[in-house]
Design a protein around this ligand. Structure first.
Ligand SMILES: [Zn+2]
Length: 434
C-alpha cells in the first residue's frame, strides 16, 4: 500500500515536495524544529489514513518506521514524530493561500498531463461544479467571522460554511479546485456573507488560476441570475444551471410556450428499464442574452416496483443540437457528484469534514485544505490504474485501504534505494474509459 502511495506521489507529482517547500514558512527561523514539508505530510496522512482527530498523530504515527516514511515523502530528516500541537502551531500561522496553491498545482498538473482530457464535455469543456456546504457549527461565538443563525432575534448557533469548486468526471472523480470560505468580514451583521457573494469571489480566483481552461460550470438553481450569465460571458465560460419554475418564473413560462413551438427539438431514448424524453429550446431572449434550455424526463421502475418519473431542466449557453443534447444532459446530472462523491464522502467517509481539527479560525481553514489535498490523492489511488481492480478483491472496501496504509507506514520501512528501484519502473496513472 505504501508503495502505491509513493508511486502515485512520485510518478504523478514529481514536484510535490518542491511545491510544499515553496510555501512561505511563517515561523521564526530559530524556533523551527520540524520542516514545513514534513509537518504538512503529517497533516495529509492524518486525512489519507482517515484517523478523524488530530490527537491520533500521537498514538498512531509514533514509530521509527513511520518517521522514516515521512522523511522519504517530505525529503526531510526528522528524528521524532511531531506533537499534534506542533502541527497546530504551524497551521495557525500559515496563510491558507500556501496550501490552496498546492492544490491548484495538483489539478493543473493532471490537466497538463492530459489525464482528465477524455472526461471533457463535447471533447472541449472541463466540468466544474460549484456548491456550498456546512463546515463547522458552534454553540458559542468561535471567532469574529462566524456566521450567525438567528430566529426571532435569538441566536441559535454560530457556523462556518464553504463554497467549493470541484472538477467532476463521469468516472466519479470530484477534485477540489477552488474554495471560498463563507464568513463575515463586515461589522454590519445584518448583511451576512452568503453563498452567492462567495461565488463572485471564487470565480475571480478560478479565472486567475486557470485563465486558459475551457470550463463549463455546473450550478444549482440559486445561480439562475443575470450577474452569473454576465460573468460566464466575460470569462468565456459555458454553464449548465438547474432551472426551476420558481427561480425565474417568467422565463420558465416562456420556455413552456416555446417548447410547444419548437417540436422538432425533441428525442426519445428507450431501453428495457428506462425511458428518457428530451426537449430543448434555443435562444430564448432574456434581457438581451440568448438562453438555451434542455429538459430530460426520465421514467423508470424504482426499487419497490413504483414508477419513478423525474424531470431535469437546465439553462445553458451551450448550443444544443440533435447530436449533443444527450451529452449535455448527462453532464448536467454530474452535479450531484459534488454532493455525493465530494461532500458526503468528506463528511461521512472517514475524513470528518465537520470536525473542528482546531479551534483557531486560520488553522481550521488549513486543515480543510489538507483534507482536500488528501482526498485528491486518495481518489487518484482508488480510481487510477494502481488499485481500482484490487479494491474489492484485495481490500474488501475502500475504508480498508486507509487501514492498510496506516499499518504499512507504522511497521514497514523503505530505504531510499528501495524507493528508487520501485520508481525505476515507468508507469502512468490511467483512469477508466467509462
Ligand atoms: Zn468562527
Amino acid at each position: 500500500m505504501k508503495d502505491e502511495l509513493y508511486k502515485t506521489m512520485w510518478h504523478f507529482f514529481p514536484s510535490f515536495s518542491n511545491w510544499l517547500n515553496d510555501i512561505e514558512d511563517p515561523r521564526e527561523k530559530k524556533k523551527i524544529e520540524y520542516p514545513l514539508s514534513s509537518l504538512t505530510w503529517v497533516g495529509i496522512l492524518l486525512f489519507l489514513m482517515k484517523l478523524e482527530t488530530r490527537r491520533q498523530i500521537k498514538f498512531q504515527f509514533n514509530t521509527n518506521e513511520f518517521i522514516g516514511n515521512i522523511n522519504l515523502l517530505a525529503k526531510s530528516e526528522i528524528e521524532q514524530m511531531a506533537h499534534p500541537d506542533t502541527l497546530g502551531y504551524l497551521l495557525k500561522r500559515l496563510h491558507p493561500e500556501g496550501l490552496s496553491d498546492v492544490r491548484v498545482k495538483m489539478v493543473s498538473r493532471l490537466i497538463r498531463m492530459r489525464n482528465l482530457e477524455r472526461y471533457r464535455l463535447l471533447g472541449e469543456y472541463y466540468l466544474i461544479s460549484i456548491d456550498g456546504t456546512g463546515h463547522l457549527v458552534f454553540n458559542r461565538r468561535h471567532c469574529e467571522r462566524c456566521l450567525v443563525k438567528k430566529k426571532d432575534d435569538k441566536v441559535l448557533y454560530y457556523y462556518h460554511n464553504v463554497l467549493e469548486a470541484k472538477l467532476v468526471t463521469a468516472n466519479g472523480l470530484a477534485l477540489s479546485i477552488e474554495t471560498e470560505f463563507i464568513e463575515n468580514t463586515d461589522e454590519d451583521m445584518e448583511k451576512q456573507d452568503c453563498e452567492l457573494r462567495a461565488f463572485y469571489r471564487l470565480v475571480e480566483n478560478l479565472k486567475r488560476n486557470f485563465p486558459q481552461l475551457n470550463i463549463c460550470l455546473l450550478l444549482d438553481a440559486l445561480y439562475a441570475a443575470k450577474p452569473v450569465f454576465d460573468i460566464c460571458k466575460k470569462y468565456d465560460w459555458k454553464y449548465l444551471i438547474t432551472f426551476k419554475r420558481g427561480s425565474m418564473s417568467a422565463v420558465y413560462e416562456e420556455y413552456i410556450a416555446l417548447k410547444s413551438l419548437q417540436r422538432e427539438n425533441a428525442a426519445q431514448i428507450r431501453d428495457d428499464e428506462i425511458e428518457q424524453n428530451y426537449n430543448w429550446v434555443r435562444e430564448l431572449d432574456y434581457e438581451g442574452r440568448p438562453l438555451n434550455i434542455v429538459e430530460c424526463n426520465e421514467i423508470k421502475e424504482g426499487k419497490n416496483g413504483k414508477i419513478e418519473d423525474t424531470k431535469f431542466v437546465w439553462l445553458t449557453n451551450l448550443k444544443v443540437e440533435q447530436y449533443n443534447y444527450k451529452q449535455i444532459a448527462k453532464a448536467g446530472r454530474l452535479r450531484w457528484k459534488t454532493e455525493n462523491e465530494g461532500f458526503n464522502i468528506q463528511k461521512n467517509g472517514g475524513y470528518n469534514l465537520e470536525h473542528p481539527y482546531s479551534h483557531d479560525e486560520v488553522a481550521c481553514k488549513n486543515f480543510y485544505l489538507l483534507l482536500q489535498i488528501a482526498h485528491t490523492i486518495n481518489q487518484l489511488m482508488e480510481k487510477g490504474s494502481l488499485l481500482k481492480d484490487q479494491i474489492q478483491k484485495v481490500f474488501g472496501n475502500i475504508r480498508n485501504i486507509a487501514r492498510r496504509l496506516l499499518e504499512d507506514f507504522r511497521t514497514k520501512s523503505t530505504t531510499k534505494e528501495q524507493l528508487q528501484s520501485l520508481l525505476s519502473v515507468p508507469f502512468q496513472i490511467r483512469f477508466d474509459s467509462s
